[in-house]
Write a protein that binds this ligand. Structure first.
Ligand SMILES: [Zn+2]
Length: 576
């Protein structure tokens, strides 16, 4: 057996997904449902099918086999997911090279380059060229053991340091150009991406360095912070700085703390508030929020008090609420940023600030009060409208109404007006789904298709006739049927996955809808019910043919073509 098949047949998709998603069994049909881990929802549209070993979300359209699930949820390549599943289930992995594709080999090289770079940067910070960087850290109050813990480093200014290191280690030109740490000059030569910068390594959830951020040390060096570009092992929008160190504390304390910068994370963490993370030089993304949400649904946002920080906080609130997080905003007195505050006032004071953080809408209301003229009724209404989208994002209806009233009171807006605009906004708000189920499939079409997928005897008995059944041409799922026929012709095993693999996107959705939505009661999937479907389709076809003949007969009579009329009459009689 092929190794991929071997892995897939030795793991159960229900137990693999069940470790990540709370699944509920639906009857005795091998079907399970739960809340989709790939989009935010309140009612389950995520379905896992034990018979077909397949998952499908009817809300966002995500779907696939067990490998696809592991790839999506852990952000792995196909071969990495295969390897992970095999290892977890004690399945011996055949000789490596056979199961490493070029992409996986490249990723492995880029991982290795990052480990080498991290070591080299650390050595440079400790060495003579790192004096200025060490002095900067000293001024910011970062203790040597914290430097060590966070793996901080220094990139020297020559621009040839990593180039030489990587070339000496025998990395190829393709690897150099893919790693994100080296740039290519117009004349074909290479130079280091980070030069004369204090280096912050960025790690994935298993603690491996996958990118770096570099802070400028020389006056006038722009930008102040430089970040690794996206590479085969790093996607900025999907990584949170410090998550691998913070996640245990996030679970234990039931909240995460989101700050803006690397120095803030380090300062806050070193002070003992370990549930702290930052987005890596980007606006907070939905993917990043979902990473946090796996550990806790509560978050305290503590951005810099300057206008840029406040705007970033406002945008982050939007993303956080859209993902269903409970959001509070911490503010620090005297316009301190989190790092400075911890340095000056200590961890206990900072923790008290976090614990006392106000719910996001009071913070937004304060923002609105600053933005609009609260003395005029017009200004108050504008302020309220500024707040409305954020309030609308609240998933819970009762909480929403309570918050609306609360905010209206806080802003001094009439409650009648509040309810009016609230109702309007609610009416215009529609559930957004990437994928909408199509509902013009016939019941017999669904029964036959399900039957052919799971019942070999039914396939043997029904397909010879089904192949030539004219009614099949009218089915929206005809290409799915044809894929089953093609598999049989090729002497291959008919399975959900095999059929799925032969289809284009639209037809795959139809297959999922028919086989996984649980609409067709699996108790009716007997050979007999298949025969009945076939009978009724046959009868339907005869009726259609007869109707067509009658129409032609009428036409012949009208035009006085007696010979044709007689011939058609005889044909009609023969059909009865
Ligand atoms: Zn979904």
């Amino acid at each position: 057996m092929d190794f991929v098949e071997q892995v897939k047949s030795s793991v159960d998709i229900v137990s693999v997904i069940g470790e990540r998603v709370r699944l509920k069994r639906m009857g005795s049909t091998g079907r399970y449902v739960g809340l989709c881990p790939f989009h935010t929802e309140k009612t389950p549209s995520f379905s896992v099918n034990a018979t077909h070993q397949y998952f499908k979300c009817f809300g966002c359209g995500a779907g696939g086999d067990v490998l696809k699930f592991v790839m999506e949820i852990d952000g792995l390549s196909f071969y990495e997911a295969l390897k992970q599943l095999a290892e977890q289930h004690g399945i011996p992995i055949p000789k490596r090279s056979e199961y490493t594709d070029p992409e996986t080999r490249l990723r492995a090289a880029v991982f290795q380059m990052h480990e080498l770079a991290e070591q080299a940067f650390r050595a440079q910070l400790a060495g003579p060229s790192g004096a200025a960087a060490r002095a900067y850290l000293g001024r910011r109050g970062v203790a040597p053991e914290v430097v060590e813990q966070f793996g901080l480093g220094y990139a020297e200014p020559s621009g040839q340091f990593l180039v030489r290191l990587f070339e000496k280690r025998g990395f190829t030109a393709e690897q150099l150009e893919a790693c994100g740490l080296i740039r290519k000059r117009d004349d074909g030569g290479y130079y280091d991406f980070f030069r004369n910068r204090l280096i912050f390594p960025i790690h994935n959830e298993s603690g491996k360095p996958i990118a770096f951020a570099g802070r400028a040390l020389a006056e006038g060096d722009e930008p102040k912070y430089l970040n690794s570009p996206d590479t085969p092992i790093y996607t900025k929008r999907q990584v949170l700085y410090n998550l691998h160190r913070a996640k245990d504390a996030i679970r234990k304390n039931g909240r995460s703390v989101l700050v803006e910068g690397y120095m803030d994370v380090i300062g806050v963490f070193a002070a003992g508030v370990k549930e702290v993370v930052a987005s890596c030089g980007t606006a907070l993304s939905d993917r990043q929020v979902r990473l946090l949400k796996r550990h806790s649904g509560n978050i305290v946002v503590n951005f810099d008090p300057d206008p840029a920080g406040a705007n970033a906080a406002e945008r982050s609130i939007d993303v956080l609420l859209a993902e269903g997080m409970h959001v509070r905003i911490a503010e620090l007195e005297d316009g301190r940023d989190p790092d400075e505050y911890c340095n000056e006032h200590g961890a206990a004071a900072y923790r008290a600030r976090l614990d006392g953080a106000k719910s996001y809408f009071y913070w937004l209301a304060d923002r609105a009060r600053e933005k609009y003229d609260m003395r005029s009724a017009e200004g108050r209404v504008s302020a309220f409208q500024f707040l409305l989208p954020a309030v609308q994002r609240l998933g819970d209806k009762i909480e929403r109404v309570a918050v609306v009233n609360d905010v209206a009171g806080y802003l001094g807006v009439e409650s009648g007006l509040v309810l009016e605009s609230f109702r309007k906004a609610a009416a215009s708000r529609k559930e957004k789904t990437a994928w909408v189920a199509r509902e013009n499939l016939r019941a017999d079409e669904k029964i036959l298709l399900n039957l052919l997928l799971v019942n070999a005897e039914a396939r043997r008995q029904l397909t010879p006739e089904l192949r030539h059944l004219p009614a099949l041409e009218q089915f929206e799922t005809r290409r799915v049927f044809q894929a089953i026929f093609a598999l049989e012709d090729a002497g291959e095993t008919v399975s959900f996955g095999a059929v799925d693999a032969r289809l284009e996107e639209n037809d795959r959705e139809l297959l999922a809808l028919v086989a996984l939505s649980g609409e067709t009661n699996e108790e009716v999937l007997s050979l007999e019910s298949g025969q009945r479907c076939l009978d009724s389709l046959r009868a339907l076809h005869r009726k259609a043919e007869a109707a067509a003949l009658k129409a032609r007969l009428k036409q012949a009579e009208r035009t006085g073509d007696l010979q044709e009329a007689l011939r058609l009459t005889a044909e009609l009689d023969a059909m009865r």
